[in-house]
Design a binder for this molecule. Structure first.
Ligand SMILES: *Cc1c(COP(=O)(O)O)cnc(C)c1O
Length: 383
């Protein structure tokens, strides 16, 4: 362990936890009382601290702090079903099923649905929870080049036999790329594959009303929507939105669903209230995020994508050490951004990952941009 950790340290890949006391969705204090502006959360709509969301969670605590057991074993708070029904309605599917996290939703679907003899086609940059779900599946996994539809088609032609599954992030969380959904749908139709889209970063951000990647492309032939309640909905939990048959199957066969305790009522109440806010005001949230993205891209020329549709803004630094030093310099100046390094991203593409949210004020956006520029210019690590 020690030599592996030392190796990590030498490669600039050592991971540390920073304790933070959050006082709003965009601001927190560390243990020394230093105040930080946050450009590193996935709380894209700022709903984690919305007064109505907090009030709903507080009220639901009277139903108990924990659910008391798994959904199947102990029975489940009514609110979980209500949340599933509203999620299904929002995503336009027959049904939905909750998991304890988005990670578990991916592992839960991919380990249960594809069978021995089937093939899962997975984008090279898919989220770790998809990769782990593929590893736990009895099906074989074929990885296609990132968003490369020619490569995917070649691989679909080459593999026959069992059922074919195509799985992709809707929005790739480290680059802000949106998957080429219309082309994926064409391929899935041509080859009779089942299409799974993990829209953890699309919900609340993409599409006219924030319904996600499918709405963004007006392209709705997705068989299984996977998502999380922990990003734009500001709470915790994962979901699968799909046909009644698929949800009933998962309820019987998916081990992360069966053998893990149900979400606490307060968490579900927070997510449900956040979802209702998104339904009521989705268009204005989406417009606000778009404005904030445009502002940051104008102010910070080193952001590597010019007009990204999602608020994930990478500044590539090349080496891991450079990303670490840049992030540390920003933290010193009172701004928290993430340094993302291999193996989370491919070799040679270490970066700062900056996220803007609808919750940032104009003044916070200005300060964030200023610090990024100042520290970027001072940088002695630049090539
Ligand atoms: C964050 C994320 C997850 C995991 O969701 P959690 O609810 O945080 O476990 C899954 N897939 C993608 C693409 C993600 O970005």
């Amino acid at each position: 362990m020690n030599s592996r950790l030392a190796q990590r340290q030498a490669q600039g890949r050592f991971r540390r936890i920073r304790d933070l006391h959050m006082i709003s969705s965009t601001c927190g204090y560390d243990r020394q009382g230093r105040r930080y502006l946050l450009f590193n959360t996935n709380d894209y709509l700022g709903l984690s601290h919305h007064p109505l969301v907090q009030a709903a969670a507080r009220r639901a605590v009277t139903d108990g702090c924990g659910a008391g057991g798994s959904r199947l074993l102990a029975g489940a708070p009514f609110i979980l079903r209500e949340l599933e029904e509203e999620l299904a309605d929002f995503k336009g599917t027959e049904a939905a099923l909750l998991f304890s996290t988005g990670y578990m939703a991916n592992v839960g679907v991919l380990s249960a649905l594809p069978q021995a003899g089937d093939v899962i086609f997975s984008d090279a940059l898919n989220h770790a929870s998809i990769i782990d779900g593929c590893r736990m599946s009895r099906a074989r996994t074929v990885v296609y080049a990132h968003m490369d539809m020619d490569d995917l088609e070649k691989k679909l032609q080459h593999e026959s036999g069992g059922r074919r599954y195509i799985v992709t992030d809707g929005v790739f969380s480290m680059d802000g790329h949106v998957c080429p959904l219309p082309a994926l749908v064409r391929l899935k139709q041509t080859y009779g594959a089942v299409l799974l889209v993990d829209d953890a970063h699309g919900l609340g951000v993409l599409g006219k009303s924030g319904r996600g990647t499918a709405e963004y492309f007006a392209c709705h032939d997705v068989d299984i929507h996977i998502g999380t309640l922990s990003k734009s909905l500001g709470a915790l939990g994962g979901y699968v939105a799909a046909s009644e048959a698929i949800c009933r199957y998962l309820q019987n066969e998916s081990r992360p669903f069966i053998f893990s305790t149900a979400l606490p009522p307060a968490v579900a109440a927070a997510a449900l209230t956040a979802l209702r806010l998104l339904r009521a005001q989705g268009a204005s949230y989406v417009a606000q995020i778009r404005d904030h993205i445009a502002y940051m891209c104008r102010q910070v020329p080193t952001i590597s994508q010019r007009q990204p549709p999602v608020p994930v803004l990478p500044i590539l630094t090349g080496s891991s050490a450079a990303a670490m030093q840049y992030a540390a310099a920003c933290a010193e100046a009172g701004l928290l951004v993430s340094a993302v390094r291999p193996p989370t991203v491919p070799e040679g593409t270490a970066r700062l990952r900056i996220t803007v949210t609808a919750g940032h004020t104009p003044d916070e956006l200005r300060r964030g941009a200023d610090i990024l520029n100042e520290q970027g210019e001072k940088a002695t690590w630049k090539q």
